[in-house]
Ligand binder design. Structure first.
Ligand code: NDP
Length: 452
């Protein structure tokens, strides 16, 4: 019989925390979990899920336009933001209930409260309760960061964007990362006039240069006013909107300004420092490969640890933690060769090394094909897709795959298996093409585009 109220107390009801709590409970642990907002966390409530539904919503006008090119008598008459919002809210309610039900049915107890750590085995809840636990898992995710400047309080972030009462007619998106580029595409597809400011030279820093250049060109071609080397100096409310003055002196008036300038680990005010837990420079909780902090009873998974900030990674980390501590099978989450997608329009899917990173490691061959796919060519589009393999010259191993085009996210999931298995260029070559598809290009590229 334990001296503690719980074997495990989880702070945070997002993807990582819920997976850890559920698996620990199935291993027989007595589990409590506190969530201060809504079960499901960023991914379900204000991230991946509502974002993807908005990506779908924003794609229909283009599809209807193309349908007309294929002979259909079809036209788009307008987007009912209120109707979409209602359906979105209902879907998020359904998913939140499912999260709650699944965790509850594993035997875990859910507290709708904010939890703080009093000491390495004690939790205080905002309801006034104090609880003890043998192990504490912090899975509190991240929080959007907005730099401070005159008028910065007028900006919204990805936290608020799903709750707007009306569709803005004009939006300024600030940032050049995943969220900024995805929302530029979403709003543009919905019919909003989109301007995007990015301070650097090219958006999607860190991804393969050729692939991100391809995405940026296509975003501009589709009608987004993407400005690089551009940043906001100040903003003020004026009649009819928000007036934004850029650092180069440009002035625009828009209805909303969406800041997507990164996310910070959500670690403040949790009592971590008081409990002796070491934090990094950005406030990330420092953990070892088993997600254990320097305070042995306290663990952390997901974005709050700022390792690889993606939902499936947090889930893997949470699961590995629960198996290690409660299942008697110590194991770590694998952070190598994680395939991912950016739901820009067109989409980008990527796994492994960019051409630039691979070049640093040794001689490479690059196979790159850019072409107009038959479906959209028939509908009159000039936009090209990009299929690219980065191959190590010596070992022939495919070090990276980069795809830009419709359904790139779906394609890269499959390519990711081959890359994870260590497939060589010759393995790709001996795979017979699926015809006619876009991705057959991945197995039919014979001559390197360049070597380095
Ligand atoms: P990112 O870190 O991807 O991008 C932040 C962007 O903001 C960069 O372009 C950065 O510029 C810019 N920036 C940072 N600080 C400032 C500043 N002070 N002034 C102006 N610009 C600034 O963050 P996101 O918010 O887009 O996404 C957060 C995380 O969420 C990502 O790391 C990702 O892991 C995850 N995510 C994943 C998605 C997916 O898998 N599809 C979708 C959405 C989010 P610079 O490049 O110069 O640093």
């Amino acid at each position: 019989m334990s001296d503690f109220d719980f074997d495990l107390f989880v702070i945070g009801g997002g993807s990582g925390g819920v997976r850890a709590g559920r698996i620990a409970a199935t291993h027989g642990a007595k589990v409590g979990l506190a969530e201060e907002y809504r079960m499901g966390g960023t991914c379900v409530i204000r991230g991946c899920v509502p974002k993807k539904l908005m990506v779908y919503a924003s794609g229909y006008p283009g599809q209807v336009h193309d349908a007309a090119q294929y002979g259909w008598d079809a036209e788009i008459r307008g987007f009912d933001w209120t109707k979409f919002r209602g359906k979105l809210d209902a879907e998020l309610d359904r998913l939140e209930a499912a999260y709650r039900r699944n965790l509850g049915s594993s035997g875990a107890q859910i507290f709708d409260a904010r939890a703080t750590i009093k000491d390495p085995h004690t939790i205080t809840l905002s309801t006034g309760e104090t609880l003890t636990a043998k192990h504490i898992l912090v899975a509190t995710g991240g929080w959007p960061f907005v730099p401070e400047f005159p008028g910065s309080d007028l900006a919204i972030t990805s936290n608020e964007v799903f709750k707007l009462d009306a569709q803005p007619e004009r939006v300024l998106v600030v940032g050049g990362g995943y969220i900024a580029c995805e929302f530029a595409g979403i709003f543009h597809g919905l019919g909003t006039k989109v301007t995007q400011y990015y301070r650097g030279e090219q958006v999607l820093r860190g991804f393969d240069d050729e692939a991100r250049g391809h995405v940026a060109d296509a975003m501009r071609e589709r009608g987004i006013d993407l400005q690089v080397g551009q940043d906001v100096a100040s903003m003020e409310k004026v009649a009819g909107g928000i007036q934004v003055t850029a650092k180069n002196g440009d002035v625009i008036v828009v209805d909303q300004v969406l800041y997507a300038t990164g996310r910070n680990p959500n670690s403040t005010g949790l009592g971590l420092e008081e409990a002796g837990v070491s934090l990094g420079r950005k406030g990330e909780i420092l953990v070892d490969e088993y997600s254990q902090t320097n305070s042995p009873s306290i663990y952390a998974v997901g974005d709050v640890t700022d390792r690889v900030n993606l939902t499936p990674v947090a889930i893997r980390e949470g699961h590995a933690f629960a198996d290690t501590v409660f299942g008697g099978t110590p194991r770590t989450a694998d952070h190598e060769l994680i395939a991912s997608a950016v739901f820009t329009q067109p989409e980008m899917g990527t796994v492994g090394l960019s051409e630039e990173d691979a070049r640093e490691k040794g001689p490479i061959e690059v196979y790159s094909a850019s072409f107009r796919p038959m479906q959209s060519l028939f509908a009159g589009h000039e936009e090209k897709v990009l299929m690219k393999l980065v191959v190590a010259t010596d070992t022939r191993v495919v070090l990276g795959v980069h795809i830009v085009g419709e359904h790139a996210g779906e394609m890269i999931q499959m390519a990711g298996i081959a890359v994870k298995m260590g497939a060589t260029k010759e393995d790709f070559d001996r795979t017979v093409a699926v015809h006619p598809t876009m991705s057959e290009e991945l197995v039919t590229m014979k001559t390197p585009t360049r070597t380095a």
